[in-house]
Design a protein around this ligand. Structure first.
Ligand SMILES: [Mg+2]
Ligand SMILES: [Zn+2]
Length: 221
């Protein structure tokens, strides 16, 4: 066991949640019209904030329709067990997301995990209008809606003696978290990004993999 105290930060869409729920909502309720925007965002031509604002403006949905749609999704295998084990070991766990509170809260509540602190963009449904707001200033980042690098800085602070920051993610909205992290778990687009940039990242499929790898490396008791 190393002497550093771990703090775990985890992306939501496609990571803690098996599928990218935010993306699925826009794709489903826009009839696929959002895909061109997503392509531009992935190519770095528009910021995620721009992309999310334009996607939100494309869809109309009533709350009960939205929740019915979200009900098909699940958390990633081992997510609940992973969180419970960290809690039992007194290791802080935060979800940081460039998605939206409306479905993150719903999914956490549904899985008995309402106590997990999360930081994300904010969505309200007004009539059938899906309105997205960006409650955070992002310490100067103009790429993100809610910047994961800025959230880690806000929570941990700049001075980090004895702290081991562990980040778990799957996509391009996770990039700003990478310079803040001591240990990175990646899959999907994030893993490809790390490999292309020679950034050390550990591949995972589910949260049991992550638990095992943290224990093997002595980062978890
Ligand atoms: Mg993601
Ligand atoms: Zn950022």
């Amino acid at each position: 066991m190393t002497s550093e105290k771990p703090i775990v930060f985890c992306d939501f869409d496609g990571t803690f949640s098996e599928k990218d729920i935010g993306h699925r909502i826009f794709r489903h309720f826009s009839g696929g019209k959002n895909l061109e925007l997503v392509r531009k965002w992935k190519d770095g031509l528009i910021s995620s904030r721009d992309c999310l604002e334009k996607e939100a403006a494309m869809i109309e949905v009533m709350p009960d329709q939205l929740y019915q749609f979200i009900d098909q999704f699940q958390l990633r295998e081992g997510a609940v067990e992973f969180y419970r084990e960290l809690k039992q070991k007194d290791i802080p766990f935060y979800i940081i997301s460039d998605g939206a509170d409306i479905y993150i809260k719903y999914m956490l509540d549904k899985n008995g995990l309402a106590e997990i602190p999360f930081f994300s963009n904010r969505v309200t449904i007004d009539g059938n209008q899906y309105r997205i707001e960006f409650p955070y200033d992002n310490n100067g980042c103009t790429r993100c809606g809610s910047c994961k690098g800025a959230r880690i800085q806000d929570i941990v602070g700049q001075n980090r003696p004895g702290v081991e920051i562990i980040f778990i993610g799957d996509g391009l909205s996770d990039i700003c978290a990478l310079p803040e992290a001591d240990t990175i778990f990646a899959r999907g687009d994030l893993l490809e990004f790390c490999q292309a940039k020679n950034i050390n990242a550990i591949e995972y499929n589910n949260f049991f993999d992550i638990l095992n790898k943290l224990k093997e490396s002595g980062k978890l008791p």
